[in-house]
Ligand binder design. Sequence first.
Ligand SMILES: Nc1ncnc2c1ncn2[C@@H]1O[C@H](COP(=O)(O)OP(=O)(O)O)[C@@H](O)[C@H]1O
Ligand SMILES: [Mg+2]
Length: 277
Amino acid sequence: MIEFCNVTKEYGSFLAVDHFNLEIPKGQFLGLIGPNGAGKTTLIQMFTGLLRPTSGEITINGVPVARENVELKRLIGVVPQHMNLDKELSVEQNMIFAAKLFGVNGKRREERINYLLDMMGLEEFRSRIARRLSGGMARKLMIARALIHDPQILVLDEPTTGVDLISRRKIWEILEVMRKHGKTILLTSHYIEEVEAFSDKIALIKNGKPVAEGSSTELKESIGTTTVAFAKGDTSMDYKFFKSREEAENFAKTLDVDHSLRGLSLEDVFYYYSKEN
Ligand SMILES: Nc1ncnc2c1ncn2[C@@H]1O[C@H](COP(=O)(O)OP(=O)(O)O)[C@@H](O)[C@H]1O
Ligand SMILES: [Mg+2]
């Protein structure tokens, strides 16, 4: 069980994370979504011990996370937002380096590396220098590396941003496998459909605060069932959300501009909370 308890992070006088509270039970897949600058990466860096909260506490099974806590580190696999492979090392050497850090040695190391490179479709690039990998391959290697010690918790910060379609599908397969293995997963993403597809629970964050939390269905139901999209001026659109199709139809009848009705999506929820002050 992971707990964020009143966590705040200030960069100088800028409040990036504001009294953030969240509980992630063991085995849950939590999707963290929010606009750019919402504080997602800051939260993840605090969770993985890279940044220290200004106040508040993050715990795993009641134990506070800290940079020095090696035992806790063994529980977590991290895929950071920015590429952090050793660019001058080969794919295999990057894996070996991570294995050594986590004390994965001998036959087990060989097995883990073979298994993970194969799972990620990187086997044939084993001796390629990381610098020469495509964005998608580099990201898959970062995921393989994060799994070297078979961690119970997996944290991925926008693992599919800037990744080609084929690699993105592969990453989705891996997320599904990890979920089936009962891992606790914390994922941030720009792609709402991917958060929706995997998450047991979604936390929507804005200006460092959670603004809504729940399953995809709960979040949608919290603002309605039906969306009316209508033209606003020549070049932009506006949206209104309704509890029932009937209310939406009644509103649509009052419009004298182009409009359409559709089922309310998670993207609408994101839009709704992103616009709200
Ligand atoms: N090292 C830093 N110094 C000052 N401000 C920062 C630093 N890192 C992030 N920020 C600011 O904190 C806010 C949250 O950033 P971040 O956690 O990266 O958001 P997200 O990952 O949701 O896009 C942003 O406004 C960002 O500009
Ligand atoms: Mg980020």
